[in-house]
Design a protein around this ligand. Structure first.
Ligand SMILES: Nc1ncnc2c1ncn2[C@@H]1O[C@H](COP(=O)(O)OP(=O)(O)OP(=O)(O)O)[C@@H](O)[C@H]1O
Length: 330
């Protein structure tokens, strides 16, 4: 496979009167050709900074970047025609129709007029193409933004939160569109906070936290290598869960409390749970393995799982993620 996008050791520090903020701290990312690649990270972790740096909108303080094998920002003029991107919500003239808007952009970019009709059809705006943009919903503006990025048939399409504002039907259409684009040979990089969606659409992912890569690879590999054996535990009806949870935590278990059960995240040896609880005459009514999903891996790796009684602040992430495999009770 060939890398369409390569970033290594990227550094970006913002300086303001309030001091210095290190947004990227040696960030690495590789995206292979023809993939739909998810770029994930909590608020403030450095996603937009990475994408803006890549597109030459801000200057890095160090590191290397290449698009389609060409070093950027130096070779950006040569590769720009092959990259379509929506990094921040684009602003459109409200009095223009989608067709006017795209025709204007096509003219400016030397793109044939036929392409305007094709992209309107692709993003599902054909029937509203002659309405003014100011009458569009958020999701329709989002579709128009994607259409504008597709005009020049880019080899690499970069989308920041493309599903933002879309209804469930729109999200599903966007998913199909991304897959079809990848099948036609385009490489798609998308950032999103809808992790279930990323798990469905993407071939591979990069997870960023605190300006550094914390996981990368195929979705299956990231799930496999970052999932400890979790089990769902329910107690007999009417039994107070608090004693059981305290007891397990005192023994080193990572316990997440749900409304009528709890999950033990590092249960290498589930028999240990029943033994510890039974010794105190607490009996479990259910002990079921939990299959991994991208959301729980994301929360674990970025240290952003909600903690009871605490309001996590945006820059708070775990210093070091808990070890994935193995754990207490082995
Ligand atoms: N112009 C700026 N000046 C100072 N700090 C900035 C600037 N832009 C971004 N930052 C800081 O850099 C860090 C990374 O921000 P960035 O916008 O890249 O995060 P993000 O991952 O895109 O977040 P989100 O998911 O909320 O969009 C944050 O702490 C942010 O406050």
């Amino acid at each position: 496979m060939t890398a369409v996008l390569e970033i290594s050791g990227l550094q970006k520090t913002y300086r303001s009167r309030k001091g210095v903020r290190r947004a990227l701290d040696g960030f690495d990312m590789t995206v292979e050709a023809g993939q739909v690649h998810g770029f994930l990270g909590p608020n403030g972790s450095g996603k937009t900074t990475t994408l803006r740096t890549l597109l030459g909108l801000i200057k890095p303080n160090g590191g290397r970047m290449a698009i389609l094998g060409r070093e950027v920002p130096e070779s950006l003029p040569e590769v720009a025609g092959q990259v379509g991107a929506i990094v921040e919500s684009p602003q459109f003239f409200g009095n223009f129709t989608a067709q006017d808007t795209l025709s204007l952009l096509a003219d400016a970019g030397g793109v044939h007029k036929d392409r305007v009709v094709a992209v309107l059809e692709l993003v599902g705006l054909r029937d509203r193409a002659k309405d003014r943009v100011k009458t569009y919903s958020l999701g329709m503006k989002q579709r128009l933004a994607v259409a504008s990025a597709l005009l020049k048939e880019p080899k690499l399409l970069i989308l920041d939160e493309p599903a933002n504002g879309l209804d469930p039907g729109g999200i599903r259409e966007m998913r199909t569109l991304m897959r079809n684009l990848a099948e036609s040979g385009m490489t798609v990089v998308l950032s999103s906070h809808i992790l279930g969606e990323i798990q469905l659409i993407c071939d591979s992912v990069t997870i960023i936290s605190g300006g550094r890569r914390v996981a990368a690879g195929s979705v299956a590999d990231v799930l496999k290598s970052n999932t400890s054996s979790s089990v769902k535990v329910a107690l007999e009806p009417g039994v107070d869960m608090r004693n059981a949870i305290e007891l397990l935590r005192a023994n080193g278990a990572q316990v997440t409390v749900e409304h009528d059960h709890f999950t033990v995240g590092n249960a290498g040896n589930p028999a240990q749970i029943t033994r510890i609880l039974a010794e105190r005459e607490i009996y479990v009514s259910e002990l079921t393995p939990v299959s991994a999903d991208l959301e729980s891996v994301f929360l674990q790796l970025t240290g952003t799982a909600p903690v009871e009684g605490q309001n996590r602040q945006v820059d708070q992430t775990a210093a070091a993620p808990a070890p994935a495999n193995g754990g207490w009770g082995q």
